[in-house]
Design a protein around this ligand. Structure first.
Ligand code: 13P
Length: 259
Protein backbone atom coordinates (compact mmCIF):
# COMPACT_ATOMS: atom_id res chain seq x y z
CA UNK A 1 0.00 0.00 0.00
CA UNK A 2 1.26 3.43 -1.02
CA UNK A 3 0.78 5.00 2.40
CA UNK A 4 3.79 3.19 3.82
CA UNK A 5 6.00 5.45 1.69
CA UNK A 6 5.01 8.59 3.59
CA UNK A 7 4.14 9.93 7.01
CA UNK A 8 0.68 10.51 8.39
CA UNK A 9 0.65 14.07 9.74
CA UNK A 10 -1.99 15.27 12.15
CA UNK A 11 -1.35 18.98 12.52
CA UNK A 12 -3.33 21.48 14.55
CA UNK A 13 -3.50 25.09 13.43
CA UNK A 14 -4.42 27.21 16.41
CA UNK A 15 -4.65 30.34 14.23
CA UNK A 16 -4.92 33.43 16.51
CA UNK A 17 -6.29 31.57 19.52
CA UNK A 18 -5.12 30.54 23.02
CA UNK A 19 -2.56 32.16 25.34
CA UNK A 20 0.89 31.02 26.44
CA UNK A 21 -0.41 30.75 30.00
CA UNK A 22 -2.95 28.14 28.90
CA UNK A 23 -0.45 25.90 27.11
CA UNK A 24 0.70 23.70 30.06
CA UNK A 25 -2.85 22.67 31.03
CA UNK A 26 -3.77 22.05 27.39
CA UNK A 27 -0.73 19.85 26.86
CA UNK A 28 -1.32 17.95 30.07
CA UNK A 29 -4.76 16.90 28.86
CA UNK A 30 -3.60 16.26 25.30
CA UNK A 31 -0.69 14.04 26.26
CA UNK A 32 -2.29 12.24 29.24
CA UNK A 33 -3.02 9.14 27.18
CA UNK A 34 -1.66 9.97 23.75
CA UNK A 35 -1.05 7.42 21.01
CA UNK A 36 1.22 8.54 18.18
CA UNK A 37 1.90 5.90 15.54
CA UNK A 38 5.34 4.92 14.25
CA UNK A 39 4.80 6.53 10.86
CA UNK A 40 2.89 9.46 12.28
CA UNK A 41 3.71 13.06 13.23
CA UNK A 42 1.54 14.97 15.71
CA UNK A 43 2.08 18.71 15.38
CA UNK A 44 0.68 21.90 16.89
CA UNK A 45 1.18 25.08 14.87
CA UNK A 46 0.81 27.93 17.33
CA UNK A 47 1.09 31.75 17.22
CA UNK A 48 4.71 33.00 17.44
CA UNK A 49 4.57 34.20 21.09
CA UNK A 50 3.32 30.78 22.21
CA UNK A 51 6.21 28.83 20.67
CA UNK A 52 8.53 28.82 23.73
CA UNK A 53 5.71 27.72 26.05
CA UNK A 54 4.67 25.02 23.59
CA UNK A 55 8.26 23.80 23.16
CA UNK A 56 8.61 23.55 26.95
CA UNK A 57 5.30 21.72 27.36
CA UNK A 58 5.98 19.37 24.43
CA UNK A 59 9.45 18.37 25.70
CA UNK A 60 9.51 14.65 26.42
CA UNK A 61 6.24 14.11 24.51
CA UNK A 62 5.86 12.98 20.88
CA UNK A 63 4.22 16.30 19.92
CA UNK A 64 6.16 18.52 17.50
CA UNK A 65 5.85 22.28 17.36
CA UNK A 66 5.05 24.32 14.29
CA UNK A 67 4.60 27.97 13.32
CA UNK A 68 1.89 29.45 11.11
CA UNK A 69 3.96 31.70 8.85
CA UNK A 70 7.52 32.84 8.18
CA UNK A 71 9.17 35.82 6.52
CA UNK A 72 10.67 35.26 3.08
CA UNK A 73 13.59 37.48 4.15
CA UNK A 74 16.65 36.22 5.98
CA UNK A 75 17.03 39.18 8.35
CA UNK A 76 17.12 42.94 8.55
CA UNK A 77 14.72 45.89 8.49
CA UNK A 78 11.40 44.03 8.21
CA UNK A 79 9.38 45.24 11.18
CA UNK A 80 6.99 42.64 12.53
CA UNK A 81 8.44 39.76 10.54
CA UNK A 82 9.85 36.49 11.91
CA UNK A 83 12.66 34.69 10.09
CA UNK A 84 13.17 30.98 9.47
CA UNK A 85 16.42 31.28 11.43
CA UNK A 86 14.50 32.52 14.48
CA UNK A 87 12.04 29.63 14.19
CA UNK A 88 14.84 27.08 13.84
CA UNK A 89 16.58 28.63 16.85
CA UNK A 90 13.43 27.97 18.93
CA UNK A 91 13.34 24.34 17.78
CA UNK A 92 10.36 24.67 15.47
CA UNK A 93 10.00 21.59 13.21
CA UNK A 94 7.08 22.56 10.93
CA UNK A 95 5.69 25.77 9.47
CA UNK A 96 2.43 26.41 7.62
CA UNK A 97 2.79 28.61 4.54
CA UNK A 98 0.27 29.90 2.02
CA UNK A 99 -2.74 29.44 4.28
CA UNK A 100 -5.83 30.83 2.54
CA UNK A 101 -6.28 33.33 5.38
CA UNK A 102 -2.83 34.75 4.66
CA UNK A 103 -3.42 34.69 0.90
CA UNK A 104 -6.74 36.52 1.43
CA UNK A 105 -5.93 38.99 4.23
CA UNK A 106 -2.25 39.61 3.53
CA UNK A 107 -2.28 39.36 -0.25
CA UNK A 108 0.25 36.51 -0.30
CA UNK A 109 1.04 35.45 -3.85
CA UNK A 110 2.11 32.06 -5.16
CA UNK A 111 5.58 33.52 -5.73
CA UNK A 112 5.87 34.63 -2.10
CA UNK A 113 4.75 31.18 -0.92
CA UNK A 114 7.54 29.67 -3.03
CA UNK A 115 10.11 32.04 -1.46
CA UNK A 116 8.90 31.13 2.03
CA UNK A 117 9.09 27.44 1.20
CA UNK A 118 12.73 27.83 0.20
CA UNK A 119 13.79 29.73 3.35
CA UNK A 120 12.21 26.98 5.46
CA UNK A 121 13.98 24.21 3.54
CA UNK A 122 17.26 26.05 4.00
CA UNK A 123 16.78 25.91 7.79
CA UNK A 124 15.56 22.31 7.96
CA UNK A 125 11.96 23.22 8.87
CA UNK A 126 9.23 21.16 7.19
CA UNK A 127 6.89 23.39 5.15
CA UNK A 128 3.17 22.62 5.22
CA UNK A 129 2.05 24.28 1.99
CA UNK A 130 -1.65 25.09 1.80
CA UNK A 131 -3.58 25.11 -1.45
CA UNK A 132 -7.30 25.20 -2.18
CA UNK A 133 -10.10 26.79 -4.14
CA UNK A 134 -12.90 29.17 -3.20
CA UNK A 135 -16.57 28.25 -3.55
CA UNK A 136 -16.92 30.40 -6.68
CA UNK A 137 -13.94 28.65 -8.24
CA UNK A 138 -15.37 25.21 -7.38
CA UNK A 139 -18.78 26.13 -8.78
CA UNK A 140 -17.09 27.37 -11.95
CA UNK A 141 -15.35 23.99 -12.35
CA UNK A 142 -11.92 25.55 -11.75
CA UNK A 143 -10.80 23.54 -8.71
CA UNK A 144 -8.15 21.42 -10.39
CA UNK A 145 -6.76 24.32 -12.42
CA UNK A 146 -6.43 26.54 -9.31
CA UNK A 147 -4.89 23.80 -7.19
CA UNK A 148 -2.40 22.75 -9.88
CA UNK A 149 -1.31 26.37 -10.40
CA UNK A 150 -0.71 26.77 -6.65
CA UNK A 151 1.18 23.47 -6.41
CA UNK A 152 3.29 24.19 -9.47
CA UNK A 153 4.26 27.63 -8.16
CA UNK A 154 5.00 26.44 -4.63
CA UNK A 155 7.41 23.73 -5.81
CA UNK A 156 9.14 25.93 -8.42
CA UNK A 157 12.91 25.41 -8.28
CA UNK A 158 12.70 22.71 -5.57
CA UNK A 159 14.64 19.50 -6.22
CA UNK A 160 12.96 16.09 -6.05
CA UNK A 161 15.04 15.24 -3.00
CA UNK A 162 13.90 18.38 -1.17
CA UNK A 163 10.30 17.85 -2.27
CA UNK A 164 10.12 14.53 -0.42
CA UNK A 165 10.28 16.40 2.86
CA UNK A 166 7.45 18.82 2.06
CA UNK A 167 3.87 18.45 3.27
CA UNK A 168 0.95 19.70 1.16
CA UNK A 169 -2.40 20.58 2.71
CA UNK A 170 -5.49 20.72 0.51
CA UNK A 171 -7.85 23.13 2.21
CA UNK A 172 -10.92 24.09 0.19
CA UNK A 173 -11.69 27.63 1.38
CA UNK A 174 -15.44 26.92 1.53
CA UNK A 175 -14.81 24.16 4.10
CA UNK A 176 -12.65 26.22 6.50
CA UNK A 177 -14.36 27.14 9.74
CA UNK A 178 -17.76 26.66 8.13
CA UNK A 179 -18.69 23.25 9.50
CA UNK A 180 -19.10 22.26 5.86
CA UNK A 181 -16.52 19.49 5.38
CA UNK A 182 -15.66 18.30 1.90
CA UNK A 183 -17.01 14.79 1.47
CA UNK A 184 -14.32 12.14 1.66
CA UNK A 185 -14.81 11.60 -2.11
CA UNK A 186 -14.33 15.32 -2.87
CA UNK A 187 -11.24 15.51 -0.66
CA UNK A 188 -9.78 12.29 -2.08
CA UNK A 189 -10.41 13.45 -5.64
CA UNK A 190 -8.33 16.61 -5.20
CA UNK A 191 -5.61 14.99 -3.04
CA UNK A 192 -5.20 12.23 -5.61
CA UNK A 193 -5.10 14.85 -8.38
CA UNK A 194 -2.31 16.69 -6.50
CA UNK A 195 -0.32 13.46 -6.18
CA UNK A 196 -0.74 12.69 -9.86
CA UNK A 197 0.18 16.25 -10.82
CA UNK A 198 3.37 16.11 -8.69
CA UNK A 199 4.21 12.70 -10.22
CA UNK A 200 3.57 13.50 -13.86
CA UNK A 201 4.04 17.24 -14.30
CA UNK A 202 6.57 18.22 -11.63
CA UNK A 203 8.60 15.19 -10.40
CA UNK A 204 8.04 11.45 -10.72
CA UNK A 205 5.96 8.79 -8.94
CA UNK A 206 8.69 7.83 -6.47
CA UNK A 207 8.95 11.43 -5.28
CA UNK A 208 5.22 12.03 -5.29
CA UNK A 209 4.52 8.86 -3.28
CA UNK A 210 6.81 10.16 -0.53
CA UNK A 211 4.96 13.49 -0.13
CA UNK A 212 2.30 13.64 2.59
CA UNK A 213 -0.89 15.31 1.40
CA UNK A 214 -3.28 16.45 4.12
CA UNK A 215 -6.88 17.54 4.05
CA UNK A 216 -8.08 20.58 6.02
CA UNK A 217 -11.48 22.15 6.49
CA UNK A 218 -13.89 21.43 9.35
CA UNK A 219 -12.11 18.15 10.10
CA UNK A 220 -13.06 16.86 13.54
CA UNK A 221 -13.13 13.84 15.80
CA UNK A 222 -16.22 12.48 14.05
CA UNK A 223 -15.27 12.77 10.39
CA UNK A 224 -11.51 12.25 10.54
CA UNK A 225 -11.39 8.43 10.36
CA UNK A 226 -13.35 8.39 7.10
CA UNK A 227 -11.19 11.13 5.58
CA UNK A 228 -7.96 9.44 6.71
CA UNK A 229 -9.11 6.14 5.21
CA UNK A 230 -8.86 7.65 1.73
CA UNK A 231 -5.89 6.45 -0.30
CA UNK A 232 -4.35 9.88 -0.91
CA UNK A 233 -5.23 11.63 2.34
CA UNK A 234 -2.22 11.35 4.64
CA UNK A 235 -3.45 13.39 7.55
CA UNK A 236 -5.19 16.59 8.46
CA UNK A 237 -4.61 20.28 9.06
CA UNK A 238 -7.08 20.97 11.80
CA UNK A 239 -8.30 24.35 13.01
CA UNK A 240 -11.18 24.50 15.48
CA UNK A 241 -10.97 20.88 16.67
CA UNK A 242 -7.27 21.27 17.54
CA UNK A 243 -8.24 23.76 20.26
CA UNK A 244 -9.98 20.95 22.16
CA UNK A 245 -7.31 18.68 23.66
CA UNK A 246 -9.40 15.52 24.10
CA UNK A 247 -10.83 15.76 20.59
CA UNK A 248 -7.43 16.50 19.06
CA UNK A 249 -5.96 13.50 20.94
CA UNK A 250 -8.67 11.30 19.42
CA UNK A 251 -7.73 12.55 15.95
CA UNK A 252 -4.05 11.78 16.57
CA UNK A 253 -5.14 8.30 17.62
CA UNK A 254 -7.16 7.91 14.42
CA UNK A 255 -4.02 8.93 12.52
CA UNK A 256 -1.95 6.32 14.34
CA UNK A 257 -4.33 3.62 13.11
CA UNK A 258 -3.94 4.94 9.58
CA UNK A 259 -0.14 5.33 9.75
P1 13P B 1 -11.14 24.45 10.60
O1 13P B 1 -10.71 23.05 10.97
O2 13P B 1 -11.49 25.30 11.78
O3 13P B 1 -12.18 24.45 9.52
O4 13P B 1 -9.84 25.16 9.96
C1 13P B 1 -9.14 24.50 8.97
C2 13P B 1 -7.90 25.26 8.70
O5 13P B 1 -7.91 26.33 8.13
C3 13P B 1 -6.65 24.66 9.16
O6 13P B 1 -5.55 25.34 8.65
Amino acid sequence: MDKKFRKTVIAGNWKMNQLASGVPAFMETLTADLTVGKGEEAVLCVPFPLIPAMKAAAAGTPVKVGAQDVSAHDKGAYTGEVSADMLADLGVDFCIIGHSERRAYHAESDELVNEKLKVLLAKGITPIVCVGESLEQRDAGETLRIVSTQVQAAFQGVSAEEARGIVVAYEPIWAIGTGRTATSEQAQEVCSFIREYLAEKVYDWDTSKAISILYGGSMNGKNCAELLAQMDIDGGLIGGASLKPAEFASMIKAGSEDA
